[in-house]
Structures are given as C-alpha cells and as structure tokens.
Design a protein around this ligand. Sequence first.
Ligand SMILES: [Mg+2]
Length: 351
Amino acid sequence: MERKILHVDMDAFFASVEQLDHPEYRGKPVIVGGVSDRGVVSTCSYEARKYGIHSAQPAYLARKLCPNGIFVHGNHKRYSEVSKAVFKILYEVCDQVQVVSIDEAYLDVSSLYYSPMYIAKYIKKRVKDEIGLTLSVGISYNKFLAKLASDWNKPDGIKWITKEMMPDILKPLSIRKVHGLGAKSVEKLNKIGIFTIGDLLGYDQYFLESFLGKYGIEIYERIHGIDMRPVEAESGERKSIGTETTLSKDLEDKEEIKKYFLEFSNKISDTLKTKQMVAKTITIKMKTCQFDSHSRSKTVNIPVVESEDLYHIACELLKEYDLRLPVRLVGISVSNLEDLNSVQLSFFDNF
Ligand SMILES: [Mg+2]
C-alpha cells in the first residue's frame, strides 16, 4: 500500500512566536538572535527576509541589511512551550508522529480514515485557532517528497506531491532544494552545468556515485521518488531512558556498585547522543536482598549528556544512600529529556 506522509513545519517559528506575543512586532522585520555583533541570526520573520536576511547569517550583516529591524534575544523557554502545544495537537490527530526538531515533524497518516488533505487542513486550522500561528504541510508518499512539499508555498502552505506528478514536478527546481545535497556538492554540480533537478535526472546512479560518493545513490533514489525511511514514532520512550541489572551476587560495597554505574552511564550517554537528547533528571535505583526498592533523584539546571557527568551525579546520589542491606539490583535512569537542538540554539543565542 502506498504510504501517506505529512511533513509539518511551522512558519518562521521563533519570529512568529515573537510576533504573536508582541502585537507591536507584527508586519515588521523581526530578527531572533544576532543581538550581539558576534552572533548569528536564528530565525527571522518573512518581513525581514525581504531585506535578504536569513538564518545562520552573521548578525553584523543582518544589521547592515536592515538597520531598522527589531532584533530580539530568543526566548527558548517560551518557544519550547508553544512547540509542545503544537505537538500535542499532532498527537491528538495521529500517534505516528516523528518529531524532527522544535518546529518540525513527520506524520504517517496511512492508516487513518480521513484523506491526507483533510488532515492537513484540520491541523492547520487547529494550530491557527488554538495557538495563533501558521504552519505549512507537505503531503506525499515518502519523507523526502513530503519535506520538499512543505517548503513549496510557505508560509501557510499545503502541497501534495503524488506519484503521478513524479518526476516532472521536480524538474524545474534548483538542486539546492534536494535535502541531503550540501553546499559543496551543489557547487561541484553547478560547475559541470547541473543546476536543476531536471539536469540531475539526466545522469544515472553510477555517475552520481562517482561524483558524490556513496551518498550519490541515495540522492539518485530520492529524486526518482524512492525513499523508504519510516516515520519513527517515539511511542513514549522519549520520557525516560534507563538501564538496570540484577546482580549475580548481592553487593554490600558501594565501590562495587559504582563499577556498574560507570557502565550504565556510558550506555545512557550513548543512547542520549543517538537520540540527540539531553537529560535534566538523573535517578539511581536499588533493590535490596529483601526485595524492597529505593530510588534517589537529582535534577540539574544545565542538562547533561556526557557519561562522566551522569556517573558523577549517580555517585553523589549513592553517597547519600544509606546502604543497610546488600543490594541485588542496581540501575540508573534519566528523565526530563530535552532536544539537544533546542538546547544548542539557546547556547547560540547567549553567545
Ligand atoms: Mg520551520
């Protein structure tokens, strides 16, 4: 069965939240980030884009292009609050939601009764009515095309790319639009006269592989409408990550327990990094030889991800724990998880 995938992307998210919260900013060029001259633009409103301002642009340049622009510090706590409200609506529509970043998600709506177009309009209406923001939705039969479609007529857009439209619909597009083709590859291709996806479609996969390396095959497949990547729904596992083990013999020595903590910290740190997440709460768990469970938690202000940090906090918690009976199970878990990307963004802004 052909899949039905939606890519939902908030329009100029941070800047739109600023305009929502500050009516006096509406209709004006708002630039989030880049308050200090050494910083970079995080997001800017559509009004600011008319001046040639874009994300990741050095702040001094943005200021030169638009001296009368409204430059604001990002309020990431607020953005994450709004983001959660948007995702809550998405989860009400469908449980197959893959959150990609603070303002972007894929939905696999294949098994839903309603048509993807109806679902897209419904999501847009609810987010507009309940939160006051616009978003763009791309609909297609794979993730690559759905993402391409959400960018089609931003802001407040909907675009459906069907199998019948392929590959003709892609032909006039710049190769810059191909998600996964970096600036360097684009430049390389431009040098040999390839500017549009239509130009690129004239070459076979062997050429693309020799020219772009292993990734060339993937690019070839994508522009031909082949992308089997599934929508990876989180199914609640996002809430906590942990590991524990029942010991082969009961332990009475804290130093012995610490050895397990070291191993668990490494494991959890790897999982967090793979999931691009950081944790604010660390919990240790112990079950005694009499089967009663004990846990101790600590919540930190600055989220942690490194194994050393996790280990250090776990050992601190263990120090406070009164080890009266030998333990037969030990574990560590982390919760209060946050997206590494949203955290990094706020680091950027404070830079
Ligand atoms: Mg966006």
